[in-house]
Design a protein around this ligand. Structure first.
Ligand code: GLU
Length: 448
């Protein structure tokens, strides 16, 4: 991996333990936007050190979703291929006395925390493992206990200037020494992440604010490994529109689901780029545009509110600008007829592309419209006045001359009789697309 001193290098580092959802896509997006706005490199790192919980299927889905969203990476690698490197880093920490074995069982740690609670002390690991003699360690191992390994924090405050949160201090004296290696020898994400950030020359770590405390400990690990810590940017978490937790809904807000529901990548990205920032939430058509507008200084400290209705609204606006060529394949897959004329006529009236199928059925499949009793005679008159070559404005003129109807009382019965709905595309376009025969029949109340 080559690095040049001045180039921005960022990474998105998902664990393949689940599918991508709006929360982690937002983190990925912030990384992409920062890279794009500074001419930097975006790296996709798969944090699959937890071999038991991660799956290849999830990893494939992550790559597929990012590609669908248009968030292309310039470099990628998986942590599961790099265990020997992490072992070397761990050895180095052991040699300098900063990684120490601990034999405490989960029950023992739990008991210790309860005791601390009773004594009014904070639940911080008391480092009893540091006092073990060689004999005591040997005795534990003879019992069959495998040590887990903890990083020895300095106990000093760690400070950094966060691009979103400003001056930050984490008091390492208030943290338990973090476990870097589990009893079964597997790595938690903490050490591999720091090692890889150093190795990949990461300049900025952009991630959710749930990692702020980790950053305090990780900065000490960066330094212990002889690296320089990157610049950090911790973004506020996503909440729902009422400020409640999104966590329960994350399955339904996975990219798989949103894609199935017909959302456009740029609707999702426009929303995720703008919520929680000082910019208005508006549709954007390219990642380039979003990158041009991106700045950490625009990101607020309050949680970003994710509102499904806002997503639908953006989706509709994006569809209103979509050319026929951009949607042709999807319309064909839906079996939609009518070609470009049809699409241009209905695109202002759909929220997702699939809605086109409904309009297609309205225009080209037999159905009866809605005719209220009071409108029956009026609609019959309209049927009589509608000749094969009468266009919409001709028809309206003739109806004004021949009946006493005007305004809504004139238009609405026609719309309901022809489409069965109160809202929709311009009636002139509808009439042209459905043709006079079908329109006359529907005006007469027939199924056509
Ligand atoms: N794999 C970690 C996570 O998904 C990465 C966090 C980070 O960006 O450092 O939480």
């Amino acid at each position: 991996m080559s690095t040049s001193a001045s180039q921005t290098r960022v990474r998105f580092a998902p664990s393949p333990t689940g599918k991508l959802h709006v929360g982690n896509v937002r983190t990925a997006l912030m990384n992409v936007l920062h890279a794009r706005s500074t001419g930097g490199i975006f790296i996709l790192r798969i944090d699959d050190t937890d071999v038991a919980r991660g799956t290849q299927e999830n990893e494939d889905a992550i790559r597929d979703d990012l590609t669908w969203l248009g968030m292309h990476w310039q470099e990628t690698f998986s942590q599961s291929k790099r265990f020997s490197l992490y072992d070397e880093a761990a050895e180095k920490l052991k040699e300098i006395g900063l990684l120490y074995p601990a034999y405490d069982t989960a029950e023992e740690l739990d008991r210790q925390r309860k005791l601390q609670g009773v004594q009014g002390k904070p639940p911080i690991y008391d480092r009893r493992a540091l006092d073990l003699t060689d004999e005591q360690r040997a005795a534990y191992e003879a019992e069959g206990r495998q040590p887990h390994w903890r990083f020895k924090l300095s106990g000093n405050p760690v400070t950094w200037t966060d691009l979103v949160r400003g001056e930050q201090t984490v008091e390492t004296s208030s943290l338990s020494d973090p476990v870097l290696i589990r009893g079964d020898g597997t790595y938690l994400y903490t050490l591999p992440s720091v090692f890889d950030d150093i190795e990949s020359g990461i300049t900025h770590v952009i991630r959710g604010e749930d990692h702020v405390t980790n950053s305090g400990a990780q900065i000490e690990i960066f330094r212990a490994l002889g690296g320089k810590e990157p610049i950090f940017a911790h973004t506020p978490l996503l909440v729902d529109k009422d400020g409640g937790k999104l966590s329960k809904r994350l399955d339904s807000l996975s990219m798989r689901q949103l894609r199935d529901e017909g959302y456009e990548p740029m609707a999702i990205l426009s929303l995720l780029a703008k919520i929680g920032t000082s910019d208005p939430v508006e549709e954007r058509f390219t990642i380039k545009q979003l990158a041009e507008e991106f700045s950490f200084s625009k990101i607020g400290r309050a949680p970003a509110r994710f509102d499904d209705a806002e997503l639908r609204g953006l989706n509709a606006k994006i569809l209103h600008e979509m050319t026929y060529d951009q949607v042709k394949e999807r319309l064909d897959a839906l079996g939609v007829e009518g070609g470009e004329q049809f699409w241009l006529s209905i695109r202002d009236n759909v929220e997702v592309v699939d809605d086109a199928a409904g309009w297609n059925a309205t225009l080209y499949a037999p159905m009866a419209g809605i005719i209220e009793a009071d409108d029956k005679a009026f609609c019959d008159t309209a049927a009589e006045l509608l000749g094969d070559d009468t266009d919409w404005s001709d028809l309206i003129r003739k109806l004004k001359d021949n009946t006493d109807r005007k305004g809504k009382g004139l238009f609405m019965p026609l719309r309901k009789a022809l489409t069965g709905r109160n809202h929709g595309p311009e009636m002139g376009r509808i009439l042209a697309l459905m043709g006079a025969d079908r329109a006359r029949a529907r005006l007469r109340g027939e199924t056509a």
